[in-house]
Design a binder for this molecule. Structure first.
Ligand code: COA
Ligand code: AMP
Length: 637
């Protein structure tokens, strides 16, 4: 057996010994002896009687072990022209003070803090300072609207919110404070205090008694040492889209998370202490939590914090510039970013000026790496290109090419093999194992490895219902796919109503709620249709109320605007079509999958449960008019 096969077998056959061995690589205040506790419903607790501190492991431990002078964070911000290097010793000083600031503001263990910030070093400091105190952070992506922020505030009930005066998008300053003020006024349980990082690009008004200036408080704050927390205490809540309008608050623990991320850095990413690791994502997503903040720092790498885009900041050579300039060893982004670069610079003229020989491997996730983009990357990159599949819920890769254990030959369209700890199976809808190459539900046999979600915040029933009840004994991933004769896993996309736009998860239900509030709309459906750049784009289909007099253009403009306001620009809803009727089952369920299929080809299997198949003719005509059938179908590999 090769090292991958050995590790995979060990993690399957004796998970407790395998993960106890991984846990022994970290420093614990109290070494765990109870490795895995499980209950009949499928809940699990890793390292229940262990005590540790994630911030200590990510920061202080490196200083104590002589890495104080090493750069912990490289901040590269083409949108402001700022570059900054922060050593582990400096980070420790900042984080200890920030923890002191939080404590002085009355925030303590188990309290929640919402972090609504752009990609600046203070965002990482705030996250780590929460971890230092055992405070549970919940980072909300800066592209979400005030209304979405308010929903998360009401769910997490934070004591404090940390923000900045603005974010910066291509050529635009986006003031955050008006959004925060609006969110606080919409929320039923707003935090009593706000701390704001004032950026040079934008001033913000501070409300006396509630709002504080970050710099002033930090100057006066005492340094605070890490506190010991239980391995099972929550480190963070991260909201992600489910199929309904209410986001799911994924709860991550401290102990399992640290152990799993540390393991992933060696087994999957083959990243060594001291190497520069760059995940070009955003701290608001799980990729940012795991691979901008926690994993690289736990491993003693230098993490790169990039405040910019793949294109337009200033051009499609930006990624190559950053890789070459900072000697990035491991690079991680979403396929959509490479498609954006390829669209602008197909012949890679802008890459030629940069020395990419530092790269050991490039990883992509967030959506499937389509074969065409894979071939393009493979043709010029001096290193392996690794597609790997995972989710907010798992927190780290489920399927990957385990370069740190055994490098496997890549198969275009496949994310390669299950990572040790994830016992992956493909089941049909009746729960029977699928044959080789037969597509079905991708599930993971329990127990899940450490680092995966504990539950959903304040909604354990939804956790059990969403993930554990469809196939007892298995975690339901929500993705469909198959395995080939050698066990390579091909993930083909969501089997539920989650839409994946540029690697971001959106719920069709949340967007439908917004369209449904328009006075002219009787009913609606939002479906993710294939898009050459973003993978999928949400498209709305609405039926008007009897007698509604509004022209389709005006209606579309109003609905697009209301989605921007209610969800955020990141939803990218640009098209809305008016239909006479929506295709539905006899019990009234909208057939979104059929709409999606019809956009690809006019001949689709007619669902047996459809109420009236003639409804599909109107959709066929629409997609014909839109030119959907004259484009080559996207490669499915
Ligand atoms: N704060 C505020 N607004 C934001 C934002 C943020 N952090 N991020 C995005 N937005 C806004 C954009 O300004 C844009 O607004 P607009 O409609 O007014 O122009 C809208 O949300 C859509 O943004 P985006 O999805 O970035 O699309 P784009 O067309 O501007 O750029 C890509 C396309 C492919 C370059 C971009 O989607 C990208 O960089 N993707 C990488 C994805 C990624 O990192 N995913 C994380 C998972 S690994
Ligand atoms: P998120 O929770 O936002 O990270 O989104 C997770 C979802 O993105 C998964 O359930 C998949 O649908 C999709 N996804 C992520 N990575 C991949 C990948 N490598 N291949 C296919 N789909 C992916």
């Amino acid at each position: 057996m090769n090292p991958y096969e050995q590790a995979y077998a060990a993690a399957c056959n004796d998970p407790e010994s395998f993960w106890a061995e991984q846990a022994a690589q970290l420093i614990w205040y109290r070494t765990p002896t109870a490795i895995l506790q499980r209950d009949a419903q499928g809940h699990q607790r890793w390292f229940a009687n262990g005590q540790l501190n994630t911030c200590y492991l990510a920061v202080d431990a490196h200083v104590e072990q002589g890495r104080g002078a090493q750069t912990a964070i490289i901040y590269d911000s083409p949108v402001t022209g700022v570059q900054q290097k922060i050593s582990y010793a400096e980070l420790q000083e900042q984080v200890a003070r920030c923890a002191g600031m939080l404590r002085e503001l009355g925030v303590g263990q188990g309290d929640r803090v919402i972090i609504y910030m752009p990609m600046i070093p203070q965002a990482l400091t705030a996250m780590l300072a929460c971890a230092r105190l055992g405070v549970i952070h919940s980072v909300v992506f800066g592209g979400f609207s005030a209304a979405e922020l308010a929903v998360r505030i009401d769910d997490a009930k934070p004591k404090l919110l940390v923000t900045a005066s603005c974010g910066i998008e291509v050529g635009r300053v986006l003031p955050y404070k008006p959004l925060v003020d609006k969110a606080l006024s919409l929320a039923k349980t707003p935090p009593q205090q706000v701390v704001l990082v004032a950026r040079a690009q934008c001033e913000a008004d501070l409300q006396v008694g509630r709002d504080h200036d970050w710099d002033s408080l930090m100057q006066a704050a005492p340094s605070v040492a890490p506190v010991a927390v239980a391995a099972t205490d929550p480190l963070y809540i991260l909201y992600t889209s489910g199929t309904t309008g209410k986001p799911k608050g994924v709860v991550r623990d401290n102990g399992g998370h640290a152990v799993a991320l540390n393991f992933s850095m060696s087994a999957v990413f083959d990243a060594q202490p001291g190497e520069v690791f760059w995940a070009a994502s955003d701290i608001g997503w799980v990729v940012g939590h795991s691979y901008i903040v926690y994993a690289p720092l736990l491993r003693g790498c230098t993490t790169l914090l990039y405040e910019g885009k793949p294109v337009n900041t200033p051009d499609a050579g930006a990624f190559w510039r950053v890789i070459g300039e900072h000697r990035v060893k491991v690079f991680f982004t979403a396929p959509t970013a490479f498609r954006a670069i390829r669209r602008e610079d197909p012949d890679l003229k802008l890459a030629a000026a940069h020395d990419l020989s530092c790269l050991k491997a490039v990883y992509v996730a967030g959506e499937r790496l389509d074969p065409s983009t894979y071939q393009w990357l493979h043709s010029f990159l001096p290193c392996p290109v690794v597609d790997h599949w995972w989710q907010t819920e798992t927190g780290w890769p489920i399927v990957a090419n385990p370069l740190g254990l055994t490098a496997y030959p890549t198969r275009s369209g496949s994310a390669t093999l299950p990572v040790p700890g994830f016992q992956l199976e493909v089941l049909d809808d009746q729960g029977q194992p699928c044959a080789t190459e037969q597509a079905g539900n991708i599930v993971i046999k329990l127990p899940l490895p450490p680092g995966t979600l504990l539950t959903l915040w304040q909604d354990d029933a939804r956790y059990v219902d969403s993930y554990l009840s469809t196939f007892p004994g298995y975690y339901l991933s929500g993705d469909g796919g198959y395995r080939d004769q050698d066990g390579y896993v091909f993930v083909m996309g969501r089997i539920d109503d989650v839409i994946n736009v540029a690697g971001h998860r959106l719920s069709s239900g949340a967007l439908e709620e917004v369209l449904g509030t328009h006075p002219a709309v009787a009913e609606c459906a939002v479906v993710g249709l294939d898009d050459a750049l973003k993978g999928e784009m949400p498209v709305g289909f609405v039926v008007l109320k009897q007698g509604a007099a509004i022209d389709p253009q005006t209606l579309q403009a109003e609905l697009v605007q209301s989605v921007r306001e209610a969800v955020g620009a990141v939803a990218s809803l640009r098209r809305v079509h008016v239909l006479k009727r929506l295709p539905k089952t006899r019990s009234g369920k909208i057939l979104r999958k059929t709409i999606r299929a019809l956009a690809l080809t006019p001949q689709v299997p007619i669902p047996a449960t459809i109420e009236d198949a003639t409804v599909l003719d109107e959709l066929r005509e629409l997609f014909e008019r839109e030119g959907c059938y004259s484009q080559p179908p996207r490669e499915r590999g």
